[in-house]
Design a binder for this molecule. Structure first.
Ligand code: A3P
Ligand code: MG
Ligand code: MG
Length: 378
C-alpha cells in the first residue's frame, strides 16, 4: 500500500488518495507561521427577541455605556435580581444552525463574492470555530461537530456531547447563579439606545440576542459564520462593524501573580479566540469580588492578548490555534465528499485523543431542516 493511503494525518492529497481517518491535535504539530485570515466583514445581522423569535434586523443590538471613569469606580451587584428577574433561555431546545440558515435563505441572492461563492464556503457558528481554535490547548471538555455537504457548501453544527448534557442537567446552583451574573454585567454596561443609560431594574432575559453575520477566509477556506455580539460602542474610532463591537466578560478579582498567570493561560485564550474570529477589537472585563460585586474594569485589546503569554512556556500561541483550525477544515472538506443534506459525518474529539469521524444517515444527527433544503432546491 502507498504511504499516503495509510497516513492518519490530514495533508494535501491527490484525487486518488482516501481521506484521513483521524486528525491529531498536539500543539507541537501546528506551530508554523500564522496562516492567512481575511479581515472579517459584516454581511448582515439578525436579532432574537424575548421569545427567541427571529427578526432580520438589529433591534437587539445594545450600546456600550460604561460608568464614568472619575470618582469611585463601579459597584455593580451581579446577584441583584436573581432568581426573580431571570428568564433563562430553554437549553433543551436544539436550535442547530436554524437562525443562521434563516438569514442565509433570506439573503442568498445578495451574497458578495460572485456566483458560486456560497458553494465553496463553510457555514457555521462563530462559537463552533472558537472551540476548534482552542482545541490544541483544551484539557477538560471534548466536542462533537456534525457536518453535511449540500449544494457544495459544507455546514458544521455542534452536537452536545453526552458528558456536556449530563453536566448541564446536574449544574450546581452556584454555577447557575454565576451564569446569570455574566449576563447581569452586560445589563450594567449596556443601554438600549445610543443616547440613553443602562437600566439594571429590568429582567435578564437570555433569549434576547444580536447576531452579526460575517464573511472571512482561513487559508483557502471561505467562511460564512454568525456570532452573538454584546454591544456596539457609539464612540468607537470607526463606526464600521465589526470594529465598533465590544465583548463583555466577567472574571474573578485576582490578587496574586499566580492567579493572573493562570488567567492569561486559560481565560484569555478563550476570550482571544472568540473575539479575534469575529474581528471584535476590545474585550472589557469586569472583575468581581467574593460578594459578587464588580468593582473594577479593564479593557483588553484583542490584538494585545497574546503578549501576556508570548514568553510563557505554558502559554498559548495564536498560530497553533489557527493552523489547527485550518487543518480541521481541510480534514472535514476531504472527508465529507458526498453532497447529501441527510448524510452526516460526525467529528468527535476528547482531550488527549485525535479527532475521529463516524458516518450517519438521517435522524438523530441530520441537522439541515426540510424547510431550508426545500427552499434552496427551488
Ligand atoms: P461571562 O462573559 O462573564 O463569562 P459571552 O461572554 O460569550 O457574551 O457570554 C455571556 C455570559 O453567558 C457569560 O458571562 C456566562 O455567564 C454565560 N455563558 C456563556 N457561555 C457559557 C458557558 N459555556 N457555560 C456557562 N456559562 C456561559
Ligand atoms: Mg455575548
Ligand atoms: Mg460577553
Amino acid at each position: 500500500k502507498r504511504r499516503a493511503e495509510e497516513a492518519d494525518v490530514a495533508e494535501p492529497r491527490n484525487k486518488l488518495a482516501r481521506p484521513a481517518l483521524s486528525l491529531p491535535t498536539d500543539p507541537a504539530l501546528y506551530s508554523g507561521p500564522f496562516p492567512f485570515y481575511r479581515r472579517p466583514s459584516e454581511l448582515g445581522c439578525f436579532s432574537l427577541d424575548a421569545q427567541r423569535q427571529y427578526h432580520g434586523d438589529a433591534h437587539a443590538l445594545r450600546y456600550y455605556s460604561p460608568p464614568p471613569t472619575y470618582g469611585q469606580g463601579p459597584k455593580f451587584d451581579l446577584r441583584d435580581g436573581y432568581p426573580d428577574r431571570y428568564q433563562p433561555r430553554d437549553e433543551e431546545v436544539r436550535e442547530g444552525l436554524d437562525h443562521l440558515l434563516r438569514w442565509l435563505l433570506d439573503h442568498r441572492g445578495q451574497l458578495e463574492g460572485g456566483p458560486g461563492w456560497l458553494a465553496g464556503a463553510i457555514v457555521t457558528w462563530r462559537g463552533h470555530l472558537t472551540k476548534l481554535l482552542t482545541t490544541p490547548y483544551e484539557q477538560q471538555e471534548g466536542w462533537q461537530l456534525a457536518a453535511s455537504r449540500f449544494q457544495g457548501t459544507l455546514y458544521l453544527s455542534e452536537v452536545e456531547t453526552p458528558a456536556a448534557r449530563a453536566q448541564r442537567l446536574a449544574r450546581p446552583p452556584l454555577l447557575r447563579e454565576l451564569m446569570y451574573m455574566g449576563y447581569k454585567f452586560e445589563q450594567y454596561m449596556c443601554a438600549d439606545k445610543p443616547e440613553s443609560s443602562p437600566d439594571p431594574s429590568g429582567d435578564v432575559n437570555t433569549n434576547v440576542a444580536f447576531c452579526s453575520v460575517l464573511r472571512s477566509r482561513l487559508g483557502n477556506h471561505p467562511l460564512l459564520f454568525s456570532g452573538e455580539v454584546d454591544c456596539t460602542d457609539p464612540q468607537a474610532p470607526s463606526t464600521q462593524p465589526p470594529t465598533c463591537y465590544v465583548e463583555l466578560k466577567t472574571a474573578k478579582e485576582m490578587h496574586r501573580p499566580g492567579h493572573w498567570r493562570s488567567f492569561y493561560r486559560h481565560k484569555l485564550l478563550k476570550w482571544w479566540a472568540q473575539s479575534f474570529l469575529l474581528g471584535v477589537p476590545n474585550v472589557v472585563a469586569g472583575f468581581r469580588n467574593p460578594e459578587g460585586f464588580i468593582c473594577s474594569l479593564k479593557t483588553f485589546p484583542t490584538m494585545e492578548m497574546f503578549e501576556y503569554v508570548r514568553n510563557d512556556r505554558d502559554g498559548w500561541n495564536p498560530s497553533v490555534c489557527m493552523n489547527f483550525c485550518a487543518a480541521f477544515l481541510s480534514f472535514a472538506q476531504n472527508t465529507v465528499v458526498q453532497d447529501d443534506p441527510r448524510l452526516v459525518h460526525l467529528f468527535s474529539w476528547e482531550p488527549g485523543s485525535p479527532v475521529t469521524v463516524s458516518k450517519h444517515q438521517d435522524a438523530p444527527y441530520a441537522f439541515l431542516p426540510t424547510w431550508y433544503v426545500e427552499a434552496m432546491t427551488q
